[in-house]
Design a protein around this ligand. Structure first.
Ligand code: SER
Length: 317
């Protein structure tokens, strides 16, 4: 089998940092090129190469793909939901156009595989809250959700029309300690851990009984690798696969933290992100991903809470 040469965009971001380091473990430093807008940081990435690049610069990206003879792209650069509402036109540009650029390169034979992250934000208003199926009608009301739905349709279009092998996951809220996330609605579930350790209390911008689907980063990374390693013919979904993870509310998460850290308190001051959360599902049916490529998880609420507190305490020391 020919060696895979991998390019990751958004490589110093929340998913990118951890995915890059896993890809280095699997493929070797010399086969992994990390890229992003930020300055290179050797503490964050173990990739053999780092390119400081604006992913909306079509010509530059194309040149980098050619120079390194890239075969596989994990295109993670994206604006999350809260930030997208504040910069809608830029969100559209960043979240959609570079994906099309990579699909074009694959169509021309420059790339053989692409991974692109979608989100539970594609579902939107009027869709049942619980156990939302893979193929429900999608009705996003946020800029972020609209951009992710459009991206999913581009993935399917390039696959069906040109045979481009682009694969995608609808990630739920992602929880991790290595790099903080930026600007997401589900990010209360990360912030809460920082505040728990620093102040033993947290003010949530999401109300106590709002349930959202969430996933611990390690499970998200393993799922991504599994999808990318699956046989082409096993994949029945060419828009983006549902991933459910776990489902909990701020109140439940606070209780799980309080169990490990007595005295922890939470209060609530919902902001504009509450409306975004209200338009999203509470839980997701991911049976198609389980059937097609063997999706499994290691972490539930208790295990995730324990691991987050332990590792974040260590990091913040
Ligand atoms: N975590 C993301 C957000 O809240 C959802 O995909 O924006």
């Amino acid at each position: 089998m020919a060696t895979e040469k991998i390019l990751i965009t958004g490589a110093l971001g929340q998913i990118g940092t951890e995915l890059t380091n896993r890809l280095v473990e699997i493929h070797g430093r010399e086969n992994v090129v990390a890229s992003g807008l930020d300055r290179y940081d050797q503490n964050l990435t173990s990739a053999g190469y780092y390119e400081r690049m604006d992913v909306t610069n079509t010509q530059l990206v194309r040149q980098i793909v050619k120079d390194y003879e890239i075969t596989t792209v994990y295109h993670l650069a994206s604006l999350l939901s809260g930030t997208s509402e504040k910069q809608p036109l830029f969100a559209w540009k960043l979240n959609v156009e570079p994906l099309i650029n990579f699909c074009e390169m694959a169509r021309e034979g420059l790339l053989s595989k692409i991974f692109w992250p979608s989100s539970i934000a594609v579902f939107g208003k009027g869709i049942p809250k619980e156990n939302v199926a893979q193929d429900v009608v999608l009705n996003p009301t946020t800029v972020y959700g609209i951009s992710k739905l459009a991206g999913e349709k581009w993935c399917e279009y390039y696959h069906d029309k040109y045979g481009v092998d682009v694969r995608s996951i609808r990630y739920p809220g992602l929880i991790s300690y290595k790099t903080p996330p930026g600007g997401g609605t589900t990010d209360y579930a990360v912030e809460i851990f920082y505040k728990a350790i620093e102040e033993n209390s947290y003010t949530s911008f999401i109300t106590e009984d709002t349930f959202m689907p969430m996933l611990y980063m390690e499970d998200a990374i393993e799922a991504t690798l599994k999808l990318m390693q699956a046989e082409k013919d096993a994949l029945s979904v060419r828009t983006s696969y549902n991933l459910g993870g776990m489902s909990f509310s701020p109140k439940e998460l606070a209780a799980a933290i309080e169990k490990k850290q007595p005295g922890f308190t939470i209060s609530y001051q919902p902001d504009f992100r509450q409306a975004i959360a209200d338009s999203w599902p509470a839980s997701i049916d991911d049976s198609v991903a389980r059937q097609d490529w063997g999706l499994t998880y290691k972490y539930g609420l208790e295990e995730m809470t324990e691991d987050m507190l332990k590792n974040l305490k260590e990091k913040l020391k």
